[in-house]
Design a protein around this ligand. Structure first.
Ligand code: ZN
Length: 136
């Protein structure tokens, strides 16, 4: 495996402001001080994105996400959170170790965390519906 900055934070090769850790996951403040309180939540096993994470790791990741949310709301005094993930380089994933971004929110905090989506349409909604629906 090539070098991974998140694996280096897990192994403490790179210092991180770790706010929570358990056997399977880690949550730490982003070194990219773009938004106050920006938290990254990762599995300890190196998984690139949603295409190679195991069910167990994804469930543990979600458990930690919920735990951090509850802490942010019930203990830290925030009123909401944004949760963001990019899975795959084409989706804008910049670090190839799966991660959720959790951004604590308050009313009137001036943070714009929701992506501005393009209005471009490449396929009709009927074509997309046929392509995307899951047949059981
Ligand atoms: Zn990694």
């Amino acid at each position: 495996m090539t070098s991974c900055v998140f694996c280096d934070i897990i192994s403490r090769k790179i210092p991180g402001k770790i706010i929570f850790e358990n056997k399977k996951t880690l949550a730490f403040l982003s070194n990219n001080a773009d938004v106050s309180g920006h938290i990254l939540i990762i599995p300890k096993d190196h998984c690139t994105n949603l295409n190679d994470i195991t069910d167990e790791n994804f469930i543990e990741l979600q458990r930690t996400l919920l735990k951090i949310n509850n802490h942010i709301i019930n203990t830290c005094g925030y009123t909401g959170v944004n949760i963001l993930m990019a899975s795959g380089e084409s989706a804008g994933q910049s670090i190839q170790h799966i991660h959720f971004h959790l951004i604590p929110r308050n009313f009137n905090d001036s943070i714009t965390a929701w992506p501005e989506l393009s209005k471009e349409k490449q396929e009709t909604s009927d074509v997309l519906y046929q392509k995307l629906k899951i047949t059981f």
